[in-house]
Design a protein around this ligand. Structure first.
Ligand SMILES: Cc1cc2nc3c(=O)[nH]c(=O)nc-3n(C[C@H](O)[C@H](O)[C@H](O)COP(=O)(O)OP(=O)(O)OC[C@H]3O[C@@H](n4cnc5c(N)ncnc54)[C@H](O)[C@@H]3O)c2cc1C
Length: 408
């Protein structure tokens, strides 16, 4: 583990206490709650209130607006550390919180000062206030991640200039916090004649904007305490002063994407760490064949495999988060590596966990299958495994693999 500052050590401890005292007991005692078909009541408000009390809801918000500003040189590493701790308790709760941090980082970079004053205050004042970032559309997200920079791959959500602002029409799906956020960053095509790198703009959209609606809450396999949602825009007017970036919005979103990949990997690691902890306890207590499971060599080998994969992911994650914090030239490739490596390794770690628990591993009330389901989500969030790998190769070999579209 990298050397931690006193501030980081204190934050990690208060997160660990919060997870051990509040989150894990809630998840264990209320396991049916995850399957409630009433998204509003799935996670009680008291959990976000408690997260707020230990200061992990408004990370990334500048101190002058009442947020918790982290040491700049290690901000991303601290995001990673806290994400891992929270996801060790519940990955969906971690999703809820990290969207606030990631969008706050984007807003402090791109939003005009009056908007920062207004919305950071709202965020800081209301422990239930959530932020969302809307890129993905029913037509798909992979073209955006690569990105496939030709007009025909442009977003189908369109914004057309009008007097004093823009008229937005379209739809976004699979959005984290999409169901219950108070404020959304929305990406739309503003120039159909050019590639999406030049023709995409981003807008700040409060939930009560006329023409904005939440179309549905998606019922997901894992991370169910985060209400993933679909949102629609029908002749939605967004004033000029709510434009965050005009034309080059995808390029400017790097401040969101790179820490985002690190945070994904870290949450994913937290799920694996919890699977390892629970499994270690189980195999040292549960007896078969006359001895506790850990004394059977086949079981010990699986446990070792889990531990190795966790440490390998942690090492790459630390290296990648340091590169993102330092804005190093290899930051882009390393953060994608950490994200995709974590997603594949933690899938294997949680598979070992369910197998070593036998039938108990398949029982909803035992809590182990939840970790397997939560881990599976990471294969698809923030770009799929294959698209992440394509991005890695594109970065390593920009002259050849860097070009996906058009004639050779
Ligand atoms: C829980 C969850 C939370 C999410 N949160 C957000 C959010 O907050 N904001 C947001 O904007 N999005 C969000 N997403 C969307 C997520 O980023 C996308 O689901 C993901 O990037 C994959 O895009 P897609 O589902 O459109 O798949 P597609 O792009 O439709 O891909 C389908 C399949 O085709 C493959 N494929 C596509 N193109 C190529 C290619 N050129 N070459 C080879 N294979 C290809 C993909 O790898 C995949 O296997 C979330 C998704 C999930 C599951």
């Amino acid at each position: 583990m990298a050397q931690l500052s006193d501030e980081q050590r204190m934050m990690r401890q208060s997160c660990r206490d919060f997870v051990d005292d509040v989150v894990l007991p809630f998840v264990k005692q209320n396991w049916k709650q995850e399957w409630s078909m009433e998204p509003e009541g799935r996670l009680p408000a008291s959990i976000l209130d408690s997260a707020d009390k230990i200061g992990i809801r408004t990370l990334g918000v500048p101190e002058e607006f009442g947020g918790v500003e982290l040491e700049k040189g290690t901000e991303v590493a601290t995001f990673a550390m806290i994400s891992e701790e929270i996801a060790r308790g519940d990955s969906g709760l971690a999703d809820k919180l990290v969207q606030n941090w990631k969008v706050s980082v984007l807003l402090r970079q791109l939003a005009p000062r009056p908007l920062q004053e207004k919305w950071f205050k709202r965020l800081v004042d209301d422990p239930q206030f959530l932020l969302a970032h809307c890129l993905t559309e029913p037509r798909g997200a992979s073209d955006r991640w690569l990105p496939y920079n030709v007009p025909e791959a442009a977003m189908q959500t369109k914004a057309v200039k009008t007097d004093g602002g823009w008229i937005v029409n379209g739809r976004k799906q699979f959005i984290s916090n999409g169901y219950d956020a108070g404020l959304y960053v929305v990406y739309a095509n503003t120039n159909p004649k050019v590639g999406m790198q030049q023709g995409t703009s981003s807008f700040l959209v409060p939930r009560d904007t006329k023409g904005f609606s939440v179309a549905r809450c998606n019922e997901t396999l894992g991370c169910r305490y985060m209400n993933n949602g679909e949102v629609a825009f029908e002749d939605m007017f967004v004033p000029d002063d709510h434009v965050l970036a005009e034309g080059d919005a995808l390029g400017k979103a790097g401040v969101y994407f790179r820490p985002g990949k690190i945070i994904q990997a870290a949450k994913n690691l937290g799920v694996g760490v919890r699977a390892f902890e629970a499994t270690s306890e189980y195999v040292q207590n549960y007896v078969q064949g006359g001895r506790i499971l850990i004394k059977h060599q086949a079981v010990a080998l699986r446990l070792a495999d889990m531990a190795v994969r966790i440490e390998a992911v942690r090492s790459l994650l630390e290296r990648a988060s340091a590169a993102v914090d330092a804005d190093a030239p290899d930051a882009e490739v390393l953060c994608n590596m950490a994200k995709v490596f974590a997603s594949e390794e933690m899938m294997k770690v949680t598979q070992h966990a369910v197998e070593l628990h036998g039938g108990n591993g398949m029982m909803l009330d035992f809590g182990i299958e939840k970790l397997f389901r939560d881990a599976a989500i990471f294969l698809h969030m923030d770009a799929t495994v294959d698209i992440s790998k394509m991005k890695i190769v594109k970065n390593l070999f920009p002259q050849t693999a860097g070009k996906y579209a058009g004639p050779e």
